[in-house]
Unconditional design. Structure first.
Length: 367
């Protein structure tokens, strides 16, 4: 005994952890094999949380439904018909992937759509902000670190993680023209991502442990604002006499002109543009979304015996101010907090009853 644990106990713990990981893998694979959600099912679920963005939600729902249906059928054949071990099946199964590129302003629901969809499918979900790879100090940074959040979401099990979804946030920030530091190469970062997205074996360094994780089955969703991309697309459309909505005409050429690597963009064949949220969208988020920030405040105050309600004109004012802030749904949280802060501080434990926030009350709080 060196650290209070006998060798026998250590071996027993190792066996139990092995059994647990084996159970996790079996359960995760079984879930994928039995996956039967249609694109309509997935969109209906996303609709409960994400307001607006009808086309975007349809595109995401369809891509995710077919990705996991395809993977499930392949694993079913490998395990059920060919009699392969689960680990071998995961390693040998190959299915085409349609990674997704989401373009749109901040706070419009890009990241949230992917996260909600992954919850329904029941797979691990990891998020990585790519802006740090365009900053001084991240030269030579191992892009495999992007997979750490996914691995954590999978409970540290790499076999489960490889069936998950990774959201690459702010991918537009690694465009070559936007990486201005002389010792940072946007092209180098993109080439590193290419290997990751293609489905290679990646080594994740966790300090005391190094874990191998394949991204062969990982679905990648990349999101970015891509400011002024519309100008690039419209210029090309005008040159070729094309008419219509620029959002329907985005090609790899346009993204290359923006500063992205052609090979990397080729790995994201599904492209969708999310629109800025309107005042009505922002209002609907407060009223209809299952994850409404206003409902959260209502529920919190209710635990103190306080019934909070907003009048329609107050909701409209909040939505208008959030739209003006330009941060999408995130602006709602900031404004609601400012409006309700004094009530949240003073009323619990001293008052029970109704609190009605109308436009006059709201403007007084926001002075």
């Amino acid at each position: 005994m060196t650290d209070g644990i006998s060798e026998q106990s250590r071996q027993h713990i190792g066996e139990k952890l092995g059994e647990l990981r084996g159970h996790q893998i079996t359960e995760a694979v079984q879930q994928i094999i039995e996956f039967n959600k249609t694109p309509v099912d997935i969109k209906a679920y996303i609709d409960r949380f994400v307001v607006g963005q009808e086309k975007g939600k349809k595109v995401i729902a369809t891509a995710i439904a077919f990705h996991y249906r395809r993977l499930g059928n392949a694993l079913k054949q490998a395990i059920g018909e060919n009699g392969e071990d689960i680990g071998v099946a995961l390693r040998n199964t190959r299915t085409p992937k349609a990674n997704i590129l989401m373009i749109g302003p901040t706070g419009c629901g890009k990241t949230y759509t992917g996260e909600i969809a992954s919850n329904l499918v029941g797979v691990p979900f990891g998020i990585q902000d790519l802006t740090k790879f365009s900053e001084v100090g991240y030269v030579g940074q191992n892009v495999s670190d992007i997979l750490v959040d996914l691995l954590i979401s999978a409970g540290g099990n790499p076999h489960v993680a490889q069936m998950g979804i990774v959201y690459l946030d702010e991918i537009d920030k690694i465009a070559t023209e936007l990486v201005v530091y002389k010792d940072v190469s946007g092209r180098g970062v993109q080439k590193g991502l290419l290997k990751l997205v293609e489905g290679a074996e990646n080594t994740i360094d966790l300090g005391k442990e190094r874990i191998s994780l394949s991204t062969r089955h990982v679905l990648f969703i990349a999101g970015g604002v891509y400011e002024h991309l519309d100008s690039i697309v419209k210029k090309r459309m005008a040159k070729h006499g094309l008419e219509g909505d620029w959002k329907d005409y985005i090609l790899a050429d346009d993204l290359v002109a923006y500063g992205m690597e052609r090979q990397l963009m080729g790995r994201f064949p599904v492209r969708v543009v999310y629109d800025p949220l309107t005042v009505q969208d922002l209002k609907d988020i407060m009223i209809k979304s299952d994850d409404s920030p206003l409902r959260a405040y209502v529920n919190d105050l209710k635990t103190w015996g306080i019934d909070l309600t907003f009048t329609d004109d107050a909701l409209t004012e909040v939505a208008q101010r959030a739209e003006h802030e330009g941060t999408g749904a995130r602006g709602l949280i900031s404004i609601l907090h400012r409006v309700l802060f004094e009530d949240m501080y003073q009323l619990p434990g001293t008052y029970t009853g109704e609190v009605v926030v109308d436009k006059t009350y709201l403007l007084e709080r926001l002075r």
